[in-house]
Structure formats: structure tokens, C-alpha cells
Design a protein around this ligand. Structure first.
Ligand SMILES: [Zn+2]
Length: 406
């Protein structure tokens, strides 16, 4: 069993003006205290307890966490706002009928219960887990959004099932011409296309340019936030669909590992400017995070495979060819198809030379002496039981990885 920790962001319901005023006052007080603490040398600060703040009208549960937070914040010079936070022992969850509420002490002796707004049934399950103690409580934060809405941020941790042994792999490629492609072991593809999104983003970009000329930076910022929310929503949707597909087919998910691809400064610069101007730029990191999380919750295995050559290899014969935008044509076997689809198939069918390539180390196959009767140049995939890594050579060989699976 693996443990996972997540934060639930739950709006506080039916807050009256008096409560809102009190939360605000306490938050300001808390921030002041934290900033005072930061001026005290660390050696003395670590000795402080909530008793040293008895003269201040704020609950000791908040103060204790604030002391802990300032001790942990090594690089902060000053807090703009430090939300009220308390550890797992100082908040409680209650359920009456279908309504969940949060209990916590505000000031000495004054306790409050605030109902929570629950949007998703998934959250309900987790909260029920807190109530029957299968989910562990962490800290609780009272957090105010920029719009002035108050939320409880509940940190909870729980055991998640070990991933089931997959009966096959769904390959997911972050496409160059499409947003993403998933292909099932039998070769059935699913595409998520850019077209509609491109249209929306084009609209946003034009609006941004107009606002830029008018120097309306605040509005631009709001627009960017809106666009980010849209990207997030779509990433949630795609990751949900991919994980559902994996659950239905009892498969694992394979993604390409882009983290080891080295970039030149020039490329990095380009990527940075892409992020703000290119309509095709997409937050794949976020998509990957969502897939990992949703898969973990559903007991679906996720693997990352090296990205090298996934788009260039022919999915039928493994030969390396150049793609021409969407189109992929193999010069060796004549296969023609969608380039990103081919990549997703190659990712899904990857056979697993899972050790990283370390050229400094002698490869065991390389140093193995040639014995009589042994054939030089045996494809690595046919050398059974050998753990050696040949990395880049594999694509050239007729490895079973790139044969069609039935
Ligand atoms: Zn081919």
C-alpha cells in the first residue's frame, strides 16, 4: 500500500459578517505575529511557545502552528499574508444529515462550527473516510481568496491500493499536431484535438494584445488567469478520460519521459516565449500530474518511457523515418499513418530497456567475449535474461516491441 497526501479546498458556507470580520482580524494578527517572530534570532525563536503570546487575543492552536511555520520558513523575510493554520488535533469534522461541518477553536474557549460546501462526490468519500478514521487528518488552513471567499484547506493522507498488474499498456503521446493521443493495446486510437482550443486561445491572444496597447495590465492578468483555468479544466478532463480508459481495459498507462531531454539555452528561451505567445503551448506537466494522481487513486499503473525516437520509429517495422507534419510514411515497409498516433503506439508497446544509458560504464554485452558458435549482433531483445542496456540501438533492430500486437 502506498500513501498519498492531498489538500481539499472546501468553501465555507453561510459565513455571516461577524465571522468574516473575526477571521480577517485574526489573519492580520497572525501575519503580524509571524512577522515579529521573523525579527527574532532563530535560536531564541525556536524556544518560544504559545504561552509567550498569552496576552494576545488569538487561539493557542493558531499560534503554535505559526511558530512552527516561521521556524520552517528559512528564506522568508516578511509575510504578506500568513493564513491561519492549525495542526490535526485542533480541528474536527462533523456530519449531520448530508451536511459536513468543520469545528475549530477561534479564541480561547470559543469554538465554531462552520458548514462546508462539497461539490464532488469524490470529496464526500474522503470526508467520510476522515469520519471513520480510514483517512488521516493533517493540518487545516483558513484561506481567503482574492475575491474574498473563505475556504478551509484540509490536508489529508490516505492509503491507496497498489496498482493492479496491467494486462496491457495504453500509450499516451503529447502530440505535435494534436493535444494528445492515446492508443489501446489493440491499436484503437483516441485523439484530443487542438482545433477548438486554438480558436479560443486565438481570441484570448487578440484580446490581450488590444489590452496591452491600452496598458490595462490588471485586466490582462485576469484574462490570463481565466485562460489558465480553462487549460486546467481541459487537463482534468483528458486525464480523467485516459484513466477511465485504462480502468475499463485493465491496462496501465505509459507516458513519454521528457525530463531527460537536454535543452540548449536557445531552446529554453524559445520555450519560454512559446509559453506566452504560442497558442499551441500546453501545460503537459500539469496533465502528467493529473494523470498520475487519478491513476493512483484508481489503482492504475503509470510508467514513463524514454521519449527518444517514439515519433520517428515505424510502428510496424521499427525503421526510423522522418515525419511530415501529421503524416508518417515508412520507407522500409510502406506503412502510412498519423505521426502522433504512431508515437503513442510506440510508447504503449515499449519493451523496457529500463536502465538509463550510461556510456561511461562498460555494457555487459559489449564486454562479453565472443565465444565460438555465438552470433555477433544478436538483437538485444532476443538475448533473454540479459539486463544490459543498449539504449539507442534498439530501434534499428527488429525488436518485437514494434511488431503489431493482436
Ligand atoms: Zn515500417
Amino acid at each position: 500500500m502506498a500513501t498519498t497526501t492531498l489538500t481539499l479546498k472546501l468553501p465555507l458556507l453561510r459565513l455571516n459578517q461577524a465571522k468574516v470580520q473575526e477571521f480577517l482580524r485574526l489573519q492580520e494578527l497572525n501575519t503580524d505575529i509571524a512577522n515579529q517572530l521573523l525579527t527574532i534570532p532563530k535560536g531564541e525563536r525556536t524556544k518560544l511557545t504559545s504561552k509567550d503570546f498569552n496576552h494576545i487575543e488569538i487561539g493557542s492552536a493558531w499560534i503554535n502552528q505559526t511558530i512552527r511555520n516561521t521556524n520552517a520558513a528559512t528564506k522568508v523575510k516578511q509575510f504578506k499574508v500568513l493564513p491561519l493554520e492549525t495542526n490535526n488535533q485542533n480541528w474536527s469534522l462533523h456530519k449531520v444529515g448530508e451536511t459536513y461541518s468543520l469545528g475549530f477553536g477561534v479564541l480561547r474557549g470559543i469554538k465554531q462550527r462552520v458548514p462546508l460546501e462539497i461539490h464532488q462526490s469524490k470529496y464526500q468519500e474522503i470526508l467520510d473516510g476522515v469520519l471513520n478514521k480510514t483517512v488521516q487528518k493533517g493540518s487545516m488552513k483558513l484561506w481567503r481568496s482574492k475575491k474574498g471567499k473563505w475556504y478551509a484547506l484540509l490536508s489529508v493522507s490516505m492509503e491507496v491500493p497498489d496498482a493492479d498488474k496491467p494486462q496491457g499498456w495504453i500509450g499516451v503521446d503529447r502530440g505535435q499536431n494534436v493535444l494528445a493521443v492515446a492508443s489501446t493495446p489493440s491499436g484503437m486510437p483516441k485523439f484530443w484535438k487542438f482545433a477548438q482550443i486554438r480558436k479560443i486561445r486565438k481570441h484570448y491572444a487578440a484580446k490581450r494584445r488590444r489590452l496591452h496597447k491600452a496598458k490595462k495590465m490588471r485586466v490582462i492578468k485576469r484574462l490570463e488567469q481565466k485562460e489558465r483555468r480553462m487549460i486546467k479544466h481541459i487537463n482534468h478532463m483528458i486525464s480523467k478520460e485516459i484513466v477511465e480508459l485504462a480502468v475499463d481495459l485493465k491496462c496501465g498507462i505509459r507516458l513519454e519521459d521528457l525530463s531527460n531531454i537536454r535543452q540548449t539555452t536557445q531552446q529554453k528561451k524559445k520555450q519560454k516565449s512559446d509559453a506566452s505567445f504560442n497558442r499551441d503551448y500546453w501545460s503537459y506537466f500539469q496533465l502528467e500530474q493529473f494523470i498520475f494522481f487519478k491513476a493512483q487513486m484508481a489503482g492504475v499503473a503509470v510508467e514513463k518511457v524514454p521519449a527518444a525516437y517514439t515519433t520517428k520509429s515505424c510502428l510496424k517495422c521499427g525503421a526510423i523515418n522522418q515525419r511530415d507534419k501529421h503524416n508518417y510514411t515508412c520507407r522500409r515497409c510502406g506503412y502510412r499513418g498519423h505521426a502522433d498516433y504512431g508515437a503513442s503506439r510506440n510508447i504503449g508497446n515499449w519493451v523496457g530497456l529500463s536502465c538509463p544509458i550510461e556510456l561511461q560504464k562498460p555494457l555487459s554485452v559489449m564486454v562479453k567475449g565472443v565465444q565460438s558458435g555465438e552470433v555477433n549482433g544478436t538483437p538485444l531483445s532476443l538475448v533473454s535474461g540479459s539486463n544490459s542496456c543498449m539504449g539507442l540501438v534498439t530501434q534499428e533492430q527488429e525488436s518485437p516491441a514494434f511488431n503489431e500486437t493482436k
